[in-house]
Design a protein around this ligand. Sequence first.
Ligand SMILES: Nc1ncnc2c1ncn2[C@@H]1O[C@H](COP(=O)(O)OP(=O)(O)O)[C@@H](O)[C@H]1O
Ligand SMILES: [Mg+2]
Length: 286
Amino acid sequence: MAQPAIAVQDLRKSYDGNTALGGISFEVAEGEVFGLLGPNGAGKTTTVEILEGYRTRDAGDVTVLGFDPGEAPRAFRERIGVVLQQSELVSNLTVRELLRIFAGYYSQRRDVDEVLDLVGLADKKNARIKTLSGGQRRRVDLAVALVGDPDLVFLDEPTTGFDPAARRTAWDMIRSLRSLGKTILLTTHYLDEAQQLADRVAVIRSGAIVRLGTPEELIGAGGPVEIRFRRNGEPIVIETEEPTRALHELTSQALADGRELEQLEVRRPTLEDVYLELVQEEEGEG
Ligand SMILES: Nc1ncnc2c1ncn2[C@@H]1O[C@H](COP(=O)(O)OP(=O)(O)O)[C@@H](O)[C@H]1O
Ligand SMILES: [Mg+2]
């Protein structure tokens, strides 16, 4: 098997004695879109910034593109693209000027105008940063991350605060990055975003990974299937781990009795059900 783009083993981090990461482990394959999904304060930014080499770790093994980000050599910096969660941009520069400055940091860089096209900012290239909307600034952030033609892109809550249309556009951009073969580590607290974009998702809460798998696997692990129908107008709900058997029994009986199972429905838990359950567990413990 090829070496993973990111390998994290038992990563730990505390701030003033408060545990932010209690020993997390995961791997991200080359070309994969990996989602870290969790509520505010779960430890997503801490994880990402350790992988980027911007924060130190207390313990654990971390390898990113074959490097230890704690040593953050220049060869490593050149191969990652970073979108900080809240970045301050140089507001008097034009979009194109800013991008040219960042392009100068990289030996292997993409054409500035090509990148502006890719993120949908071609018509804003001569606009000053300070005149841009919030959504347009996030596109500038992404353009900055891409201009060095990185192999691996970190996106920390790339669409937080976006209106629905801007989110769709951002999702399309992230998909086009994926189709360029980039490895992407994405954090989000939006479940639908993880489900839309990520090949695999790690659900993180209170510094621990509580679920890890493809969106389909997370749903599959989500517990019993619900069978619903009505009898004499009264709703009946059956929860079962064996829907095939339960349905067979129900329908055979109904056929034998010459009854119809009114409004028969079989419902699998959605990723949202699974996620809400995890968040509620957290509230219950807190
Ligand atoms: N620089 C810091 N100093 C002290 N505590 C921090 C710092 N950064 C994060 N934390 C704490 O660590 C926990 C995880 O934070 P963070 O990684 O930012 O979570 P997320 O990005 O998932 O919202 C939170 O409890 C947060 O308050
Ligand atoms: Mg964060």
